[in-house]
Design a protein around this ligand. Structure first.
Ligand SMILES: [Zn+2]
Length: 306
């Protein structure tokens, strides 16, 4: 077979095009804090870095910044998934090391930064919790599609659940979802803010909309598939709701002032949760304390619900 000059030219072009890495390619890195096991992620493309969540403490943010700095690439922006201090408290320390960059979230999430920062200042974390608050300065809408450092990312605002408001960040080429604390893996899920119904709705939304995602990257715990996490978490939340509902229906369980369940009733619920889920992490807060907060949140939510 005789090859024509034109065929050879086409082959050469095809070879040259195939050599460079795909323009939208990127690596996912994770920094895990020792305290509360809070995850931050940074996506690294050829041209830059995109951060997702910014840690609680200055010391963790500085370590993470050192790792980002070693790439020699600029930070195109940082998404904050929700207004809990363990996800945005380290922004100022990141700025100090890396220079400033846009802080991206929705308006409702951004509204929570200031009050949360004020309350965290009272938690006794000392100098490691930054007194300087960095506010979000790039407000995006629910459904926003952004391209940062050559990486396509979609914002999905999912309302109240583990926190008062939360966003998901989806990367459609890889089919991966950064959930913030809307999902947590191998650790007790926080229901202390009184939005267990919202948390259930969020889990069902993720199941329905991102059920085919390759991986969920949570705010705490290891990345995992939707199938390995969502159904069991729904069962976990529903179980706690049923225990609290049962206790609320039992006469004499409430404190005289109506502010919550009596200590004995709380202890009984916490013991039942621990017996069923003995393996879950407690963020080094102590499972009894942590689950006590969950029971308070559930009581607040369910005693007023019809
Ligand atoms: Zn968190």
């Amino acid at each position: 077979m005789r090859m024509r000059l034109k065929d050879i030219a086409v082959m050469l072009v095809a070879c040259t095009v195939a050599v460079p890495a795909w323009a939208g390619d990127f690596k996912v890195h994770r920094y895990v804090a020792e305290k509360w096991n809070t995850n931050s992620y940074w996506l690294e493309s050829d041209s830059g870095i995109v951060v997702i969540d910014a840690q609680l403490f200055r010391s963790d943010a500085k370590l993470m910044a050192t790792m980002i700095k070693s790439t020699g690439k600029p930070v195109a922006g940082a998404f904050i998934t929700h207004a809990h201090g363990d996800h945005f408290g380290g922004l100022n320390a990141l700025f100090e090391e890396l220079g400033s960059f846009p802080v991206i979230t929705t308006q409702k999430t951004a509204d929570g930064f200031k009050p949360t920062h004020e309350s965290y200042l009272t938690y006794g974390f000392g100098d490691d919790f930054d007194k300087k608050l960095v506010e979000a300065d790039r407000i995006v809408e629910d459904g926003a599609k952004l391209n940062l450092a050559g990486i396509d990312l979609m914002v999905d605002e999912i309302g109240a659940g583990e926190s008062e408001n939360s966003i998901l960040i989806y990367q459609p080429d890889r089919k991966i979802l950064f959930t913030g604390d809307a999902t947590m893996h191998s650790a007790h899920f926080y229901l202390g803010e009184g939005f267990s119904e919202g948390a259930l709705a969020q889990h069902r939304h993720i199941q329905k909309t991102y059920g085919d995602a390759k991986l969920l990257y949570p705010g705490h715990g290891d990345p995992a598939t939707p199938r390995s996490v969502l159904a069991s978490e729904i069962e976990y939340i529903t179980f706690q709701q049923s225990l609290v509902k049962e206790a609320l229906n039992m006469p004499g369980n409430m404190k005289e002032d109506g502010t919550g369940l009596k200590d004995d009733a709380v202890k009984k619920i916490v013991a039942a949760i621990l017996a069923r889920y003995p393996h879950l992490g407690d963020y080094d807060i102590g499972a009894e304390t942590f689950l006590g907060w969950n029971v308070s949140g559930l009581v607040r939510e369910l005693k007023t619900a019809d």
